[in-house]
Design a protein around this ligand. Structure first.
Ligand code: PSU
Ligand code: MN
Length: 307
């Protein structure tokens, strides 16, 4: 019995992989739980186009009726976007149940990494990774994304750790797990809605080629696990960090008042922040995901060229 018995790789993706052409994995929780409809669907399709226009093949990943799908149809994306939070947010612990029950699940960063690695995809673009939540000393809320980064060989391009998280503790956790954190053309880890967080990255790298060389070297050394590539949101789309921090702080207080915890945390906060900024946070979120898709395509192309 092998894991790939559960896997369905789209024809364009499998052809590209067979020819060693660049492929970029994309997650689906950002579609179902990260943004409202219809912007979620429009963004998912625009992100796929951004990957294509940058010379790589997009592979949006989800679980449809229990099958691990690598490369979705426009109809699959529309369904995930329309059903929204009714779709199961599927992290590592959920994966066997969603598959065994033949259900439909949106994949988090952790699960997208697992499925991308099964398919042989090494580069993945998203918005923000999960991490150590503020107050984690009390709640123990640490995303399974971090454990996945510790063990699965996929490089993840993101706009840093969401500012709803505790950025410093997330970096400490990644250090403990041996996960390199790269700043793409920046010395600081980006703070999702803002370009800088005040937290230095381990390594600044200025070209896709140098990122690809670091990936190849890490895995050639037998050092399993992912790499985080922090790519700042474009300047014109960035929000003021003091302003957004105040909005986030207020949303976290509301969340505590309403007793929201666990996997509902991130979707609740993202929706509240979008409301409170009158959609500006959503526009920023869309801009940074598109930007990450383009950089990921360049990294995937550089990595293919090294093979
Ligand atoms: N960050 C966003 N939007 C999202 C997520 C993160 O800006 O939708 C999602 C990703 O799928 C990430 C997940 O993997 O939230 C982390 O959830 P948790 O903290 O429950 O592991
Ligand atoms: Mn959590």
């Amino acid at each position: 019995m092998r894991a790939d018995q559960y896997l369905d790789i789209d024809a364009a993706v499998s052809e590209a992989l067979a020819r060693n052409q660049p492929v970029v994995a994309l997650e689906s929780t950002i579609i179902s739980h990260g943004m409202p409809h219809p912007q979620n669907v429009d963004t998912a399709l625009a992100v796929e186009d951004a990957v294509r226009n940058s010379g790589a093949v997009p592979a949006t990943i989800a679980i449809i009726d229990g099958r691990l799908k690598v490369g979705l149809s426009a109809e699959d994306i529309e369904q995930l976007g329309r059903k929204g939070q009714q779709v199961i947010k599927t992290s590592r612990r959920d994966l066997p149940f969603v598959v065994a029950r033949r259900e439909t699940g949106a994949t988090t960063v952790a699960t997208t990494m697992i499925i991308a690695a099964l398919a042989g995809i090494r580069v993945f673009a998203t918005g923000g990774i999960g991490g150590v939540h503020r107050g984690a000393a009390e709640t123990m809320d640490v995303s399974a994304d971090l454990e996945e980064l510790a063990r699965t060989n996929v490089a993840v391009v993101c706009a840093g750790v969401k500012s709803v998280l505790d950025i410093g503790k997330t970096l400490e956790y990644l250090e403990t797990k041996g996960v390199p954190v790269i700043g793409y053309r920046t010395d600081e880890l980006p703070a999702f809605y803002a370009r800088s967080s005040g937290h230095p990255v381990d390594y600044r790298v200025d070209t896709a080629e140098d990122i690809a060389i670091a990936m190849k070297t890490k895995w050639a050394l037998g050092l399993h696990g992912g790499i985080v590539i922090g790519n700042p949101v474009p300047d014109e789309a960035a929000l003021d960090s003091a302003e957004i921090d105040a909005v986030i702080d207020a949303a976290i207080v509301e969340m505590a008042d309403q007793g929201i915890s666990g996997k509902e945390t991130t979707p609740f906060l993202l929706a509240r922040i979008a409301e409170k900024t009158k959609g500006r946070s959503l526009a920023t979120n869309i801009a940074l995901v598109l930007n990450n898709a383009r950089i990921a395509a360049n990294v995937a192309a550089a990595y293919s060229a090294l093979q």
